[in-house]
Design a protein around this ligand. Structure first.
Ligand code: DX5
Ligand code: ZN
Length: 221
């Protein structure tokens, strides 16, 4: 298993050429495709549904797809994204009335399950759910839009989450989403993250390979 995973968020890709742009970022060294689902209800923006995910699979994208549901309710979407080809599905802890049941639903569909914590949401719920999840996604911006700045107090939260993962003795990915760039990725890794979502930092540049290589170089330091 790779120590660090780079997961470009295709929220910042060219939506008119989504298949092509996703293929391109994979050829440039991405490990995972981060797929942001926004419903204009849980968050104030509207993006892609399960048909887009199936569309990428039909186009020939075989890399892991990491679905980040910023939606409420989630149970119907879990079923349709699993069918559409998702590998991991992550849900916000405050987006579902029955977190344990929704996590179970993700696993029953054969996907790995992640929980997402917004910047000001406490880590308390981990005490009860940590034995059932494969991934924790710490939001380092308020969800809804790409291109925002990393919130500095999240570094401490990442370290606290890493301590809880280590204490659990389980193999849980610690993903960070929002404002990740070449300039701060090393510091975020040092705090304890091992999976990095980057949207605007990658897709705003003409050569994705240059950005991904620079991020890996930072992670190797
Ligand atoms: C924000 C999304 C992120 C976003 C990251 O709600 O969950 O995945 O696209 O974008 P950047 O890397 O531009 O902050
Ligand atoms: Zn995301």
């Amino acid at each position: 298993m790779k120590k660090f995973l780079i997961a470009p968020s295709i929220l910042s890709a060219d939506f008119a050429r989504l298949g092509e742009d996703t293929q391109k970022v994979l050829e440039c060294g991405a490990d995972v495709i981060h797929f942001d689902v926004m419903d204009n209800h849980y968050v104030p923006n509207l993006t892609m549904g399960p048909m887009f995910c199936k569309g990428l699979r039909d186009y020939g994208i075989s890399a892991p797809i990491d679905v980040h549901l910023m939606a409420s309710p989630v149970d119907e979407l879990i079923l349709s994204f699993a069918k559409a080809g998702a590998n991991n599905i992550s849900i916000h802890v405050d987006s579902t009335r029955h977190l344990d049941r929704s996590i179970q639903l993700i696993k029953e569909q054969g996907c790995t399950a992640g929980i997402v914590l917004n910047p000001a949401v406490s880590l308390d719920c981990l005490e009860y759910i940590i034995d059932k999840i494969d991934l924790i996604l710490i939001m380092s911006v308020n969800p809804g839009f790409g291109g925002q700045s990393f919130i500095p107090y999240i570094l401490k939260k990442i370290t606290q989450t890493r301590e809880l993962i280590n204490k659990s003795g389980r193999n849980i990915r610690l993903e960070v989403d929002g404002g990740v760039k070449i300039e701060n990725i090393a510091e975020i890794a040092k705090a304890g993250a091992d999976m990095f979502v980057a949207g605007s930092a990658i897709f705003s540049q003409p050569n994705y390979q240059v950005v991904i290589d620079a991020m890996r170089k930072q992670l190797a330091t």
